[in-house]
Design a protein around this ligand. Structure first.
Ligand code: FAD
Length: 476
């Protein structure tokens, strides 16, 4: 009898335990993807997500065809669709890889309940390195602070990745599938995806190639170069991980293999890289244990925080027109490419929540809509970290100064010049804070503040005082 393998955020053949286990049985396999926008609590995909998902499904469907199989696509509430496919093909087993958001888990449980105890359901660990149940504090709770979490796991070697199945046995008939094009996931009017398409190639093949290139070229200098936004020397694997086009086990082991073969890769580099991968797990565990990460403050005191509402300021931030070049460069990188460098995410996050005093949830939502790697765990968890409302947050009074951050992390303004070209002719000394340049310097660079580039929408020093005063109200 056929096995239905329900794919979700694991669109890969390599190291896909559910698919591998199904193939191994020698029974017919029916791979299924359901675009679920209606089940309770399931968060609608953002625009950049939809673009990525379209191309990712297209690539995955082709890979499956290459193995003699076919991807069935359905759109609707997952429970109905999955049960329908099981009935249509006469399947007696359902395999899937675990997911960790409470709403998704609840859907999985409802399906299991509907199928009954006798039905063969198998859940696999595929997308994080450590299951939440396996990582507990000495008192049996979950970790709310990252450093002890890392200390506990640093020495734990995750299992080896599993090879892609050689092929799949086909069912007598594949079920009727939706056409991917009919889902209309790609933007049309207007089509804003040009910058995404020139930056990214969704799909497993591209993800594996990116991993090799990163390990070859950039892993050795990772610990030093990862904070340089202009260098493009981080892995760029985040959107591939978001959709599970590559597994964290594959990444971990490939990086480790390179590091043990090459002396040029120092311990610091591999340790720092692994630490980031484990940070991803940490965020997933938080989501698993807490749920509602994107809507509820982890630190309840922030429920009383006097956030400002200003649609004009929010819009200026979203469009990269705040008058602070490093912030604007970041917001434009996000809009053009669907991605932003980690250091800059922290700077624009601090600017929104502290300089503009706008609720972190507004920033989280904008990122969710525009990031290709917008992640249900890492996006809200990192926003709460930046805002100070997280469990393991940087303290609220740590207000980034956008000018000194800019001078420190983009000293030659390569990053600013790339994304804010109207300032490109300003000298290095003036470009981080154009408003303090002389009229002559501005004129020579063709910059007219308020015309060719905005004046700053807030004064950082005053905004900092305002933020600290607001924080004083909830500090308790
Ligand atoms: P690399 O430096 O090559 O790191 C390798 C992998 O480690 C990444 O792909 C990612 O999976 C993981 N990683 C790295 N840094 C972090 C981190 N701080 N937290 C969790 N995992 C990390 N990351 C997302 O994947 N999705 C998001 O939606 C997201 N939103 C963020 C929002 C804010 C406000 C901030 C400050 C950070 C956010 N991050 C998010 C974390 C981080 O910025 C990105 O993971 C990283 O920039 C991705 O680029 P990379 O793949 O080249 O990273």
């Amino acid at each position: 009898d056929p096995i239905v393998v329900w794919l979700r955020d694991d669109l890969r053949l390599n190291d896909n335990p559910a698919l591998a286990a199904a193939a191994e049985t020698g029974r017919p396999v029916v791979p299924l993807f359901v675009l679920d926008e209606t089940s309770d609590g399931i968060r609608a995909l953002g625009g950049a997500h939809q673009w990525w998902l379209h191309h990712s499904l297209d690539a995955f469907a082709r890979s499956l065809r290459g193995k003699g199989s076919r991807l069935t696509l359905r759109r609707g509430a997952a429970k109905g669709e999955v049960l329908d496919i099981i009935a249509a093909v006469g399947a007696t087993a359902l395999y899937f890889n675990r997911r960790y958001d409470p709403a998704g888990r609840a859907v999985d449980d409802r399906i299991a309940e509907a199928l009954g105890e006798a039905f063969d359901i198998r859940r696999f660990t595929a997308n994080i390195l450590h299951e939440p149940e396996d990582v507990q504090t000495t008192t049996g709770g979950y970790y709310k602070v990252y450093t002890p979490f890392w200390k506990k796991l640093a020495a734990t070697e995750p299992r080896d990745p599993i090879d892609a199945p050689a092929g799949f046995k086909q069912p007598e008939d594949f079920p009727i599938s939706d056409g991917l094009a009919d889902w209309a996931l790609l933007p049309t009017k207007p089509d804003w995806s040009g910058g995404l398409a020139t930056t990214w190639t969704p799909g497993e093949q591209a993800a594996l190639e990116r991993l090799e290139t990163f390990c070859d070229d950039d892993l050795a200098g990772y610990h030093a170069a990862r904070d340089d936004p202009s260098a493009n020397r981080t892995s760029g694997l985040s959107p591939h991980l978001r959709w599970g086009e590559i597994s964290p086990y594959r990444i971990w082991h490939t990086a480790q293999t390179y590091a043990s073969r090459r002396e040029s890769i120092p311990d610091d580099a591999i340790r720092t890289f692994k630490k980031e991968l484990v940070w991803r797990d940490f965020n997933v565990h938080l989501l698993h244990h807490r749920g509602h990460l994107a809507t509820a403050n982890i630190n309840k005191r922030f429920d009383a925080f006097p956030w400002r509402r200003s649609d004009a300021d929010l819009r200026a931030w979203q469009r990269g027109l705040t008058g602070y070049p490093i912030v604007d460069a970041g917001m434009r990188q996000l809009w053009q490419t669907g991605w932003m460098h980690n250091r800059i995410r922290m700077i624009v996050g601090s600017f929104l929540t502290k300089d503009l005093l706008i609720d972190w949830r507004e920033g989280e939502r904008w990122f969710w809509d525009t990031l290709v790697d917008g992640d249900p765990a890492s996006n809200p968890a990192q926003w709460q970290w930046v805002a100070g409302s997280g469990a393991d947050a940087q303290p609220f009074f740590r207000v980034f100064n956008p000018i000194t951050q800019s001078e420190k992390f983009d000293p030659e303004a390569t990053y600013i010049r790339r994304f804010v070209p109207e300032l490109a002719d300003l000298p290095d000394k003036a470009i981080h804070a154009p408003w303090s340049a002389t009229a002559e310097t501005l004129a020579k660079a063709g910059v007219e503040l308020g015309e060719t580039y905005p004046k700053p929408i807030v004064d950082h020093k005053a905004a900092r005082e305002r933020a600290l005063a607001a924080y004083g109200e909830v500090k308790g």
